[in-house]
Design a protein around this ligand. Structure first.
Ligand code: NAD
Length: 384
């Protein structure tokens, strides 16, 4: 199988090298580097990628040979899998670059419109994997009409859950104004008195994978953990969550944290009515999706001090801003700019997922996903 991987980022290179080494059950250290490098079946992109991953910019040394040989040998054997990895996004203008490949692996920037999918199918591409959880950049229905099989990737919930708890601590201990002050050698304590997470009640809205992990972590702090989910689960109860109706969760929680998907029903669920049911001075944490909150209602509740602190890793219309360097640009997102200036509002650029474990997982699962899909229907759990 020939795989073309697009949008390869620097931070993904070591993960890809490891996946390539693992795909084939070959004794990597015994590989003859020169022989493998001369193997015409090895993708040129893959070869250069492994060199880069080993030591960026450095000329290969004799001592590097076994490691580089490992990945290359594994890439080419035993099932004849080749991987050509490039940094470019895949789109209509360069879709011809997928010629000769059975599978393409993309990330979130490659928009797989019906037109691009038509061209991929014409070129003989049969499998498409995205190194993201979401598949909203792919016209999945059209891919299915063309017989193109699509899969996404998942990753363990721990990284996002830890980030959510970190945000709770940051706002509860007033770290943002403390950090501001330190920049100008102001080490005073006035106004920085915090609250202890272990003495508070945390309400988890959405008790799926991430919500449950948040509950497990909070158990270590000693917090009281309430939960609401239309589909309560024993696993969540075992994680320490006490289920209550949503109104009760809002009424009793010092901290409300959102772990629900964005759906049409959930859009704007944190509106004025929901906020009014919450405790005065509530801490609101959102690492799920920006559109879950009614930003006007939340901003107003910050201004009138109904909400005591807000921490969000996501924001409505964040695409084109988050994950980009926009230092010289005029950014058109007034809500984001206005909220960012408050001492009790912490905004992070959609980075809760971004850990070494999750990057490895996304790269590995996408490559394994296209290989598994080729083995037949039902062979890969996350097929869309
Ligand atoms: P999950 O599917 O395991 O759990 C979601 C839970 O929410 C389910 O139990 C579902 O029944 C529940 N739910 C749905 N609507 C609800 C509602 N109105 N009220 C209460 N509960 C409701 O999903 P997960 O893996 O825990 O992820 C949750 C969300 O986190 C994702 O949908 C995604 O938006 C977000 N996320 C963000 C990042 C990041 O980097 N910031 C990374 C991964 C996921």
């Amino acid at each position: 199988m020939n795989i073309k991987l697009y949008e390869l980022r620097e931070d993904e290179k070591p993960a890809l090298a490891e996946v390539m080494a693992r795909i084939g059950a070959v004794d990597a250290r015994m590989a003859d580097d020169a022989q493998v490098a001369g193997d015409a079946s090895v993708g040129a992109g893959a070869a250069s990628r492994v060199d880069d991953a080993t030591r960026p910019g450095a000329a290969p040394q004799a001592s590097d040979a076994p490691k580089r040989g490992a990945a290359l040998q594994a890439c080419a054997a035993p099932s004849g899998i080749t991987i050509d990895a490039v940094p470019d996004e895949l789109g209509l203008e360069n879709v011809a670059s997928a010629q000769g490949f059975d599978a393409v692996v993309i990330s979130g920037r490659s928009a797989m419109t019906a037109e691009v999918l038509d061209r991929l199918a014409e070129l003989g591409v049969k499998y498409l994997a995205t190194r993201t959880v979401g598949v909203d950049h792919i016209d999945v229905a059209h891919a299915h009409e063309l017989g193109l099989r699509v899969c996404n990737t998942g990753y363990p919930p721990e990284g996002v859950a830890e980030f959510a708890v970190m945000l709770m601590l940051i706002v509860l201990r007033r770290y943002k104004p403390s950090l501001w002050r330190q920049q100008v050698n102001d080490y005073s304590l006035g106004g920085l008195e915090g609250r202890e997470l272990g003495r508070l009640t945390v309400g988890i809205v959405g008790t799926g994978r991430i919500g449950q992990q948040v509950a497990r972590i909070l158990g270590g702090f000693g917090s009281k953990v309430l939960g609401y989910d239309p589909y309560p689960s024993d696993a969540a109860r075992a994680a320490g969550i006490e289920y209550v109706p949503l109104e009760e969760l809002y009424r009793r929680s010092d901290v409300v944290t959102l772990h629900v998907p964005l759906t049409e029903e959930n859009r704007g669920m944190i509106d004025a009515e929901a906020i009014n049911q919450m405790r005065d001075g509530v801490v609101l944490v959102n690492v799920s999706r920006g559109e879950l909150i009614d930003v006007a209602a939340v901003t107003s509740a910050i201004e009138f001090e109904k909400i005591g602190a807000l921490a969000m890793d996501v924001f409505a219309d964040e695409v084109g801003i988050y994950h980009e360097s926009r230092v010289n640009d005029i950014i058109r997102n007034r809500d984001m700019a206005y909220l960012r200036q408050f001492p009790n509002v912490v905004l992070t650029p959609h980075m809760a997922f971004y850990t070494d474990t999750n990057v490895n997982s996304m790269v590995e699962q996408s490559v394994r996903g296209v290989i598994a899909m080729a083995e037949g229907p039902g062979s890969w759990a996350s097929e869309a």
